[in-house]
Write a protein that binds this ligand. Structure first.
Ligand SMILES: O=C(O)CCC(=O)C(=O)O
Ligand SMILES: [Fe+2]
Length: 320
């Protein structure tokens, strides 16, 4: 990724591990518990200064690629159990990787999840599932098209965090990230004008099951003409009319041509600014032998308060 990259030094990795272990033992052992989330919010301040400074900078301006790669986090692949191969798999018990995700999500905003998706778990497994190969979601293994995460949702994540526990056998599964800041100047004037018009409707992704409503007609681009927000899911956004459709096709071509691809290794954490960047994944061939690709994922919301009506008891799970 030609994006911001931070490589942790060995002593920083050790410190991050110490802080993560502190979360594991301070929480009551369950990732979704209040004590876990509180321990992560407090522990964030003890993470290596280089990491906190990089996250603060990224939070203010996520750069031309809208992505940050943190390498060298304490993930020991030899200690990683077999890759799960079931649908809806989540990380319920506290582990160092789950703590790292919750810690970083707490520094960027607050960790959050959706009840309709992966049972509201704060840490999801991103693993290939037998029978779901062609699925346009993170359980598939064919090309996963570009999308803003949960694009249909009024309180979609501001950041998507993907931590690699294990790479795929052939090391061909690439996380692709494309940012409107890089693409904008390569789009025709007509295309940009059409993308700003509210001529698109977006449906919930298949991971939401039957939950969630279609959006009202919206623009794919909104906000500042010179630095807009991007909102599209090429598997779930429908154009209303021929001009809207042509503009969406042009956008897809330019995003593909300007995307960065990263082959995540154990201990690599990719953070995507979901307001300006879309992501997807190249295809790969799972073997279902316990050693398949395994990422864990957490979402972060910058303004948790804005979704308070969807979060009973002020918990971190949105019920709709
Ligand atoms: O598998 C990947 O690299 C990305 C999957 C994805 O889009 C996600 O988990 O949100
Ligand atoms: Fe995604």
């Amino acid at each position: 990724m030609n994006s911001m990259t931070l490589e942790l030094a060995p002593d920083e990795r050790e410190l991050a591990e110490l802080v993560a272990r502190g979360v594991v033992s301070a929480g009551d052992g369950w990732v979704n518990s209040l004590s876990w989330v509180e321990a992560a919010a407090a522990g964030y301040h003890d993470l290596p200064a280089s990491l906190r400074k990089t996250l603060a900078r990224f939070r203010r301006f996520s750069g031309e690629t809208g992505a940050l790669l943190v390498r060298g986090l304490p993930v020991d692949e030899r200690a990683v159990p077999d890759t799960p191969a079931v649908s809806g798999s989540v990380q319920k018990e506290g582990t160092v990787p789950a703590a790292l995700l919750t810690l970083v999500a707490s520094g960027l905003g607050d960790p959050a999840a959706y009840l309709a998706e992966k049972s509201g778990a704060l840490v999801h497994d991103v693993v290939p599932v037998p029978g779901s190969e062609r699925f346009q979601g993170n359980e598939g293994s064919v090309l996963l098209s570009f999308h803003n995460e949960n694009a249909f949702h009024p309180h979609r994540p501001d950041y998507v965090l993907l931590l690699c526990l294990r790479a795929d056998h052939e090391k061909v599964a690439g996380l692709r990230v494309a940012c409107i800041r890089t693409a904008l100047s390569k789009l025709s004037k007509e295309c940009v004008e059409a993308l700003f018009r509210p001529d698109y409707i977006t449906a919930p992704p298949p991971s939401f099951g039957e939950g969630g409503d279609l959006t009202k007609p919206h623009g794919i681009l909104t906000g500042a003409p010179d630095d807009p927000d991007l909102l599209v899911d090429f598997a779930a956004t429908k154009p209303l009319g021929a001009e809207a459709e042509a503009a969406m096709l042009e956008l897809q071509t330019v995003l593909a041509a300007t995307a960065a691809t990263v082959y995540l290794e154990p201990g690599d954490l990719a953070i995507v600014d979901n307001r300006v960047a879309v992501h997807g994944r190249t295809s790969f061939t799972p073997r279902y032998d316990g050693l398949d690709r395994w990422l864990q994922r957490t979402f972060s919301l910058r303004d948790l308060r804005a979704s308070r009506d969807l979060r009973p008891q002020d918990a971190h799970v949105l019920v709709r």
